[in-house]
Design a protein around this ligand. Structure first.
Ligand SMILES: Nc1ncnc2c1ncn2[C@@H]1O[C@H](COP(=O)(O)OP(=O)(O)O)[C@@H](O)[C@H]1O
Ligand SMILES: [Mg+2]
Length: 281
């Protein structure tokens, strides 16, 4: 097969795997450790709680989180051969279909991969997964703007991107670079807006008080400079990390204060994506 046929074959397989997916959302950031995986996971759970069919694809090759966040052992993954092709069953938890690069490679090895190898592996995993009918697929992207993000943006037919940042942004330029990549005319993927994570802290016994531990207004600066709507401000919560580490993300318990923020984010995402879809019809 020559290189053009190979590319066509690759596209055919991706299109086939994602043919019944209505909306695809990438969760991106300029930097790591800002809460991308936390937002991606809790957004997925909130959308599923609203009755949508949801999948979460963890393509953060340098720091996959889904195995920990959903307490999944790698040996749970099942494959299936059909003719010449090999397919993978996503793992289901809480009604969400999950796939992670972390099911297949350990982190230390992935760190040594060169760009094209990482991109090809991701494309292979996504296009071999049996996704079926989905309202939303959420991609938890690696931070920044490398080859990988570019490939994903181009190949995965993203409906939109959501940016995550924290108030203590040290440089707007990291986020700007990432935003500009998605807005580049050759890529041109709508950016739904920004989630300001770790926005403030409210003590449980004084929920009306807000302490801006990392300074106030970081999200507003980004919002203004880069023309991004702030979709939600998620507070710092002492319950989020333990919930993440125990494989029970906070939104599973809808009585928590934290889950309300994610449900409200889910409502905005549904509304805004509906509008974008209608505009493009
Ligand atoms: N709003 C929050 N409050 C408290 N801890 C948080 C919050 N958001 C994320 N964290 C914690 O911060 C760390 C980084 O979050 P993570 O979602 O893994 O970021 P990323 O995917 O961007 O690297 C994790 O330990 C996570 O549990
Ligand atoms: Mg992550």
């Amino acid at each position: 097969m020559n290189i053009f046929d190979q590319q066509k074959e690759k596209e055919r397989k991706i299109n086939q795997a994602l043919s019944k997916v209505k909306h695809s959302i990438a969760i991106a950031s300029g930097k790591g450790g800002v809460g991308k995986s936390t937002i991606a996971t809790n957004l997925a759970i909130s959308l599923a709680q609203k009755g949508y069919k949801v999948a979460l694809a963890d393509v953060d090759i340098y720091g996959p989180s889904v195995p920990t966040l959903f307490n999944i052992e790698n040996d749970e993954v099942r494959g299936e051969k059909k003719g010449e092709d090999y397919f993978i069953h996503p793992i289901e938890r809480y009604g969400i279909k999950l796939m992670s690069i972390g099911f297949f490679v350990d982190r230390d090895k992935a760190l040594l991969w060169r760009g094209p190898m990482a991109s090809n592996t991701l494309i292979q995993i996504i296009s071999q997964t049996i996704w079926g009918d989905l309202d939303y697929i959420i991609y938890d992207l690696p931070p920044g703007t490398g080859d990988l993000q570019l490939t994903l943006a181009k190949e995965f037919h993203l409906s939109c991107v959501i940016f995550v940042s924290t108030p203590q942004i040290l440089s707007v330029s990291d986020v700007r670079r990432a935003v500009n990549m998605f807005r580049h005319p050759d890529i041109n993927i709508p950016i739904l807006g920004l989630v300001e994570n770790m926005s403030y802290f409210s003590p449980y016994d004084m929920p009306e008080k807000k302490y801006y531990l990392f300074g106030k207004g970081g999200g507003d600066i980004l919002s203004k400079e880069l023309d991004l709507e702030i979709l939600e401000r998620i507070p710092i919560s002492e319950n989020i990390s333990p919930a993440n580490d125990n494989g029970n993300p906070i939104s599973l318990d809808i009585s928590t204060l934290e889950s309300r923020g994610f449900l409200s984010l889910a409502d905005k995402v549904v509304d805004k994506l509906d509008k974008i879809t209608k505009e493009n019809l």
